[in-house]
Write a protein that binds this ligand. Structure first.
Ligand code: SAH
Ligand code: SF4
Ligand code: F3S
Length: 468
């Protein structure tokens, strides 16, 4: 179900009102907004739409929080340390509010979608002006209008989801790579995970909306498009037109232009051979799959409600490597899930050795209020879990080094996206396989594809030189 045009026209009207009010309040120049999105790319993508609305309401942007007239923090709830960091940052804003009573502070995103968090903010951080959840961030204009008209505290948190807001203004963070959500929400309820509670049920964007955006990004000169969803493999469910993720990939791949396409996240339970074949045959899809396994123990995978076992996972990997010989692979791993034993953990390490991932995102299990796993016994002490994690990281570092060594001598197409970390005269980027590559080059290469011959391997990536 998409948001109706009427709803957005109300927000457009509010944007115009806010713009007028801000012009009157700041006659000497535009007010400044500071925004920060924590967490995953989905959140960052929402943040770009929040910035789009702010820009349309007459804000300019600053990267200095102290200079801001409006601060919006778009929060993440996936792990406890993410939440701690955000509480700390919100605490620090108190003195800014004291110094500038006109400052507007807004909190939105996944944390706010949890009732106990919104309550805590309301009670312990009363200087926060706006609180809004993930399903209603498009209401920012009406909320700002109410605040500017004198309402002290404005809150919009609705547990209702199921709608997709199309056609919001957007102000993208970069000019080279773009995020493009293809679906929202998650229905999987992995027992450790808060995301389904704060992002609502799965819903897919219509393919024509996605293709329209791909075309417009291509003609604007974007060189990499990242298709986003918590479980892209279940794309299409519930749409009128019968379409699945591989078909969407084929249509995106057929769009004209000089750009490459990535996507995340694939869920192993829904990842099909058709998807792998599609990547193998495509022109623009990167030969990289992020396929989070989470654990190498079948017992723990069952407890996690992941709906696959290691045999099925490894078979999928085998097929993918066979069809796409230069495939790179990455994964998310959780260490220390409730009830996980050292033996379970060793099975994870064994699986990592078998697959030989190019890189990993590793997390120590974090208890999330409201999830099933939060009710499970969790006897292993935190220090022990940290030890396991270090053990795993040492193994992965070895594997990554070996994977990078196997690239030495090869040609890699690199999208240059930054000055090199080695200093002036160097540039950096990612290969099609998403491996970090650094090489001597001119900053003017930023935003271009360059063929690079790999000369040296590290455990973080490779170094090379521009190929003739
Ligand atoms: N939908 C994606 C990613 C979701 S969040 C997927 O299914 O892969 C990104 C990662 O955070 C997850 O893959 C998982 O490894 C990790 N994660 C989620 N909840 C967590 C928790 N409670 N504790 C530790 N890690 C967690
Ligand atoms: Fe969380 Fe699982 Fe959904 Fe990923 S698939 S967002 S880990 S519930
Ligand atoms: Fe965090 Fe929400 Fe993403 S919890 S990881 S920002 S979906």
């Amino acid at each position: 179900m998409e948001q109706t045009k009427e709803d957005l026209s109300q927000q457009r009207a509010a944007m115009a009102v806010v713009r007028k009010m801000l012009e009157a309040r700041y006659p000497d120049g535009k007010p400044l907004a500071y925004t920060h999105s924590y967490g995953c790319q989905q959140n960052v993508s929402d943040g770009e739409k929040i910035r789009g609305m702010l820009a349309e309401m007459g804000y300019d942007f600053t990267s200095q929080v102290e200079q801001a007239d409006c601060i919006i923090l778009n929060t993440c709830a996936v792990r406890e340390n993410a939440e701690f960091r955000i509480y700390g940052n919100v605490g620090n804003l108190k003195k800014l509010k004291k110094a500038n009573p006109n400052l507007i502070i807004g909190l939105c995103g996944c944390m706010m979608q949890q009732a106990h968090v919104a309550k805590k903010i309301r009670e312990s951080y009363p200087y926060v002006d706006l609180i809004f959840g993930t399903h209603v961030f498009h209401l920012l204009p009406t909320m700002l209008q109410k605040r500017l008209q004198g309402q002290k505290h404005v809150e919009e948190i609705t547990p209702q989801d199921g709608c997709i807001i199309e056609d919001l203004p957007i102000r993208r963070d970069g000019t080279i790579k773009a995020w493009l959500p293809v679906m929202y929400g998650c229905d999987n309820f992995c027992t450790y995970c808060i995301v389904p509670y704060v992002r609502g049920r799965e819903r897919s964007r219509r393919p024509e909306k996605i293709l329209e955006e791909v075309r417009s990004l291509a003609s604007a000169g974007y060189k990499e498009i990242m298709l986003l969803g918590q479980n892209v493999n279940s794309y299409g469910k519930g749409l009128e037109e019968p379409i699945d993720f591989p078909e969407l990939l084929r249509r995106v791949d057929a769009v004209e232009g000089d750009f490459r396409v990535r996507f995340m996240t694939s869920h192993p339970k829904d990842c099909t051979r058709d998807m792998i074949d599609t990547i193998a045959r495509s022109k623009k899809l990167c030969h990289h799959i992020h396929l989070p396994v989470q654990s190498g123990s079948d017992r723990i995978l069952r407890q996690m409600n992941r709906h696959y076992d290691t045999a099925a996972y490894l078979e999928l990997i085998r097929y993918a490597k066979e069809q796409i010989p230069d495939l790179t692979l990455s994964s998310d791993i959780i260490v220390g899930f409730p009830g996980e034993t050292y033996e379970d953990f060793c099975q994870t390490v064994q699986l990592i050795r078998q697959v030989e991932y190019d890189f990993l995102f590793t997390f120590i299990y974090s208890k999330r209020v409201g999830t099933k796993a939060a009710e499970m016994d969790d006897p292993v002490p935190a220090a022990e879990k940290s030890k396991w994690l270090r053990e795993l990281l040492a193994v992965q570092s070895e594997i990554a080094q070996k994977r990078c060594e196997s690239m030495v001598g090869s040609l890699q197409r690199v999208l240059v996206d930054s000055p090199g970390k080695k200093g002036p005269g160097w540039v950096g980027g990612k290969s099609d396989g998403n491996i970090a590559v650094e090489f001597p080059g001119d900053p003017s290469l930023e935003g271009q594809f360059v063929q690079v011959r790999v000369t040296q391997a590290h455990n973080w990536g490779v170094m090379g030189e521009i190929a003739e």
